[in-house]
Design a protein around this ligand. Structure first.
Ligand SMILES: NC(=O)c1ccc[n+]([C@@H]2O[C@H](COP(=O)([O-])OP(=O)(O)OC[C@H]3O[C@@H](n4cnc5c(N)ncnc54)[C@H](OP(=O)(O)O)[C@@H]3O)[C@@H](O)[C@H]2O)c1
Length: 241
């Protein structure tokens, strides 16, 4: 069951950037658990990747659901006894839906992007603690960077996704908190931005492919012991918080 391999879990991995991160890690020899809300969609994604020679194990995971999250932690404990890499990729953006009242939009977005990230991280921490090289990668967005947002010359300065931007700023705050808390255990926690990418979330707008977007997350997932913790970065380097 891949016990000798590095073991990774990617949330929201049945499509888009999450699937590309999962496939990229698997191509590098990692045993990857493909976290999917709908297991049938995960199995279909895994079948498609198998046709390309990439083996992935779909597992049911709704990060808004304690029962789902705890059941997955129990499965990982039973089958592997540890987890080496957690990629918190599952995320939503509801700013484009004008029918949703702001409070509900915020509640639903925070529930997935922020509370879901914290819920899954907490469930997996005892398993990451069993790893010799624990890594957590939080998929954030440069749209949350206060440093960039306050620069009028920044290319996305006029992008207005207030709910999403608030949620990813909270993800960044969690990243720093977990990095500090887990430093002594050698677990590295970083936030990355995959860049503007053509996926369902963006109505397939954006110049980057999911495979290009996945590179920075894969690099941070496979950081060696000299690598940073508590960083926020994209493919080009560090981003301002
Ligand atoms: N695309 C971009 O330009 C861009 C830029 C910066 C950051 N990001 C971030 O990158 C990540 C992936 O985005 P994407 O563009 O690949 O989006 P996507 O194609 O919409 O994929 C989102 C994934 O998250 C899953 N998900 C949603 N709610 C979930 C929940 N409660 N529990 C578990 N999984 C859940 C979805 O599952 P279902 O299929 O079941 O809905 C799907 O697999 C997100 O965190 C996003 O904010 C994207």
């Amino acid at each position: 069951m891949g016990l000798h391999k590095t073991i990774a879990l990617v949330s929201g991995a049945n499509r888009g950037i999450g699937l590309a991160i999962a496939a990229g890690l698997a191509r590098r020899g990692v045993h990857v658990l493909l976290g999917c809300r709908d297991l049938r969609r995960g199995m279909a994604a895994a079948d498609r990747m198998l046709a390309e020679g990439v083996q992935l194990r779909p597992v049911q995971l709704d990060t808004t659901d304690d029962v789902s999250t705890e059941a997955l932690a129990a499965l990982v404990r039973r089958d592997y006894g540890r987890l080496d890499i957690l990629v918190n990729n599952a995320g939503i953006a509801l700013d484009a839906d004008p029918s949703l009242p702001v409070a509900e939009r915020l509640q639903r977005t925070l529930e997935v992007n922020v509370i879901g990230t914290a819920r899954l991280t907490e469930a997996m921490l005892p398993l990451l603690a069993q790893s010799k090289r624990g890594r957590i990668v939080n998929v954030s967005s440069e749209l949350a960077s206060f440093g960039l947002r306050t620069d009028p010359e920044w290319e996305y300065a006029k992008f207005a996704m207030p709910t999403y931007q608030a949620s990813k700023a909270a993800v960044n705050a969690l990243t720093l908190s977990y990095a500090a808390r887990l430093q002594e255990q050698g677990i590295k926690v970083n936030a990355i931005c995959p860049g503007y990418t053509a996926t369902e979330a963006t109505n397939f707008m954006g110049p980057r492919t999911p495979e290009q977007a996945a590179v920075v997350a894969i690099n941070f997932a496979l950081l060696d012991d000299e690598g940073p913790t508590g960083a926020f970065a994209n493919e080009a380097g560090e981003l301002p918080w």
